[in-house]
Design a protein around this ligand. Sequence first.
Ligand code: AMP
Ligand code: ZN
Length: 115
Amino acid sequence: MSECVFCKIVNKEIPADIVYEDDLILAFKDIAPQAKVHVLIIPKEHIPNNLYLEGRHKPVVGHIILKVNEIAKQLGIAETGFRLIVNSGKDSGQEVYHLHWHLLGGEPLGRLICK
Ligand code: AMP
Ligand code: ZN
């Protein structure tokens, strides 16, 4: 049994508001949304963060980036615009060490970073 919270969501050991799922990836609503629309998209495989990606992950990474467009359309934010964020490591503030893309939108998002 994995201790990783996102692996637990993948394995349906804890609930999540899933917006998209297939063999390789899962997308679900962030539990503490930072914008009107805030969805997390993850590979089902446990990869701690961007630094741990290997050549063999190219298909799943490409798959996620392309699926984002479909998910954005499904959520009604494709035309109004959205932002993708991938935190990786301490200075990024990464809290969950299972690689994930934040998909944010539904309202103006402000500047890229705030300190
Ligand atoms: P990061 O800081 O990039 O690691 O982002 C982790 C995100 O996961 C945060 O936005 C949290 O609100 C979110 N999160 C943590 N636990 C859960 C959960 N059980 N279901 C949905 N989102 C979660
Ligand atoms: Zn995991």
